[in-house]
Write a protein that binds this ligand. Structure first.
Ligand SMILES: [Mg+2]
Length: 216
């Protein structure tokens, strides 16, 4: 019997990829407006490479971008990028069916949790902006979603693998390591996949799956 449901955050609770792209494009447009002499499309491609090279948590992507464009450091242009980026990042929304489905599952008595990879402060920042931070009973953030991480979640929740369901979009992070421990996994994806015990297109399909599982 399922007692707790773990949710991934990025691209599970909200379209993280779409918002990240919007934030980057807005930043580049603002930098051009502030005086950056460059083509927006080419600059976007360069910025993506820089993010890949330095990682998403590197604090000086825009400085590296100016270096890449052979421009000297210009605080006006960098500040314009930072402001536009944060304004776009500040306006994130959950997928439309997420809040009501999570509340519905919570009201049915399930323990509703987040299992997220990243930095705790950044993941909490997202949950707060999404307006979901007080809905979850527990939030677990790890630097790496490994079997060890899922085992530690089981210990903290004092539950057995059969009593837990993990819901997420990443086969590598959300499905495989959890499934190895015997946790029931649900892949959120619009593409067919053999990974995961179940696959859904959107979170609102979850209650029916759980009901079916309970009746078996
Ligand atoms: Mg994800």
């Amino acid at each position: 019997l399922i007692k707790a449901i773990l949710f991934d955050i990025d691209n599970t609770l909200f379209p993280s990829g779409e918002f990240a792209e919007l934030a980057r494009r807005n930043a580049i447009n603002a930098m051009i407006e502030a005086g950056l002499d460059a083509d927006a499309t080419e600059t976007y491609a360069k910025l993506k490479k820089i993010i890949k090279k330095y990682g998403p948590n590197y604090p000086k992507h825009f400085n590296a971008l100016l270096r890449e464009l052979s421009m000297r450091n210009d605080p006006k242009i960098i500040a314009a990028g930072i402001v536009a980026y944060h304004q776009a990042k500040a306006s994130i929304f959950p997928y439309p069916d997420v809040p009501k489905t999570i509340i519905q599952l919570r009201e049915k008595g399930y323990r509703i949790c987040v299992a997220s990879e990243g930095r705790a402060l950044k993941q909490w920042d997202k949950l707060i902006r999404l307006g979901l931070h007080n809905i979850f009973h527990d939030v677990f953030v790890t630097s790496r979603k490994s079997e060890k991480f899922y085992r530690s979640v089981l210990t903290k929740l004092k539950l057995k693998p059969q009593e837990i369901m993990m819901v997420g979009d990443s086969i590598e992070k959300d499905i495989r390591p959890a499934r190895k421990l015997g946790i029931t996994t649900v892949l959120v994806s619009s593409h067919p996949s053999k990974e995961g015990d179940y696959r859904i297109n959107k979170i609102s399909e979850l209650p029916a799956i759980i009901e079916r599982l309970e009746n078996d």
